[in-house]
Write a protein that binds this ligand. Structure first.
Ligand SMILES: *Cc1c(COP(=O)(O)O)cnc(C)c1O
Length: 406
């Protein structure tokens, strides 16, 4: 007998590290979700920038079923066809020559940070071990990744954390110049900060980071866990920054909800992850790789990528129109379908109120910090769903504005 589970069950049996919404979705199709009560939602969240091809995409469902009937797991004592095919595609479509598979963004970053240290160790010795990253950045929740991440709250109470890490103001060339040295082994950045508030890197800044890295023989690591796989309108965002990293990490949308992550790098750098230096039991398993291969095949087409840029404009236009009526946002920004609306100063701290009211109206959105409402819908969200989603969002904004401006 299976027992009935409800939101209350969460409070009885789950660790309290999350505070999930009151609803429990049970089914999804495209950009719509339905909860236990049968209430329908339009999904402008996509998990958190994960379900880039929506829910239950028929090609992905077929791919998964087919692979499930063939082979689930082998271990890395053997290789497998889907992993090799996916790696071939990732190297053909990017700057990279080599791929390491993981199961999440944090694990891909963990591998990248270890590789950066190891590369410097191999070529310059143990003194060159400093990693520089940026304030507000987010790189995952393992001990190393929270330490590299630029949000102190995620480290609190977990000390001692790994050392040799410095933080710098984002988009501030002078600050980076002051911090970088010949002891720096890597600079780690998101080409557009996601969790930190949807903040794109200036092109001049990105270029300066690359030059400073070259000058000090430090590696440039791009964390594209959120910005990758078509999210910004190109397969990876680095294509738009005018700067090529040495190492790039990708996860989230790569599996459209099936756990998979990857670190990709140039041949020269990859050599330092020599036999026996690193590993993962599940990394590169055939299920994840087969699904990710299908995701890449669908996303990396002009149809989908151009569609992202077109939808970007629809999102910006809809948000601008709502703002003209209700005067609640001070900035609407982002790239592709990674869009943020920052609330005006007098509404500071209240982004989550918009989220709660949107859910009431049948629309799922996210926040990025206390002041930014974040939109990361499916890259192929139908225009009709965008239109209806923003009708719902407008009602949520009207209610939030009325409540807060009282
Ligand atoms: C989500 C995210 C991560 C962490 O990924 P997990 O799969 O949760 O470990 C790392 N970096 C960035 C930029 C992210 O957005």
């Amino acid at each position: 007998m299976t027992e009935q589970v409800t939101r209350a069950t969460f409070d009885e049996v789950m660790f309290p590290n999350y505070a999930p919404a009151a609803i429990i979705p049970v089914r999804g199709e495209g950009s719509r979700l339905w909860d236990q009560e049968g209430k329908e939602y339009i999904d402008f969240a996509g998990g958190i920038a994960v379900t880039a091809l929506g829910h239950s995409h028929p090609v992905l469902v077929d791919t998964m079923r087919e692979q499930a009937g063939k082979l689930w797991h082998l271990s890395n004592v053997m290789t497998n066809e889907p992993a090799l095919r996916l790696a071939q595609k990732l190297t053909q479509k990017t700057f990279a020559d080599r791929v390491f598979f993981a199961n999440s963004g944090a694990e891909a970053n963990e591998a990248a940070f270890k590789l950066a240290r190891r590369y410097a160790f191999d070529h310059f010795g143990p003194e060159k071990n400093e990693i520089i990253s940026f304030y507000q950045s987010f790189h995952g929740r393992t001990l190393f990744t929270v330490s590299v991440g630029g949000q102190a709250k995620y480290k609190e109470g977990f000390e001692p954390t790994p050392g040799g890490i410095k933080h710098c103001a984002y988009n501030d060339i002078e600050a980076l110049k002051a911090l970088i040295s010949d002891k720096t082994c890597a600079v780690v950045m998101e080409p557009i900060q996601g969790e930190g508030g949807i903040i794109p890197a200036d092109k001049v800044f990105a270029k300066a980071v690359r030059e400073l890295c070259d000058e000090h023989k430090a590696l440039l690591v791009f964390d594209e866990v959120q910005s990758g796989v078509g999210r910004t309108g190109t397969l990876y965002a680095y294509e738009q920054t005018g700067v090529t990293p040495d190492i790039l990490t990708t996860a989230k949308a790569l599996g459209n909800g099936f756990p998979v992550g990857a670190m990709i790098a140039t041949e020269e750098v990859a050599k330092s992850l020599a036999f026996g230096t690193h590993g993962s039991t599940y990394g590169g398993n055939p299920m994840a790789a087969a699904i990710a291969e299908a995701v890449i095949d669908i996303v990396d087409t002009p149809e989908v990528l151009e569609g992202v840029n077109k939808r970007h404009q629809l999102f910006v236009d809809a948000l601008t129109a709502i703002n003209e009526k209700y005067d609640v946002f001070k900035d609407i920004r982002g790239m592709g379908l990674l869009v943020g609306a920052e609330v005006k100063d007098e509404l500071a701290g209240h982004a989550k109120d918009f989220l709660a009211n949107a859910a009431q109206e049948g629309l799922l959105v996210l926040v990025a910090g206390p002041n930014v409402i974040r939109f990361t819908p499916s890259l192929i969200v139908p225009e009709a769903d965008i239109k209806e989603g923003f009708e719902r969002f407008e009602r949520a904004v009207a209610k939030t504005a009325a409540d807060l401006k009282k």
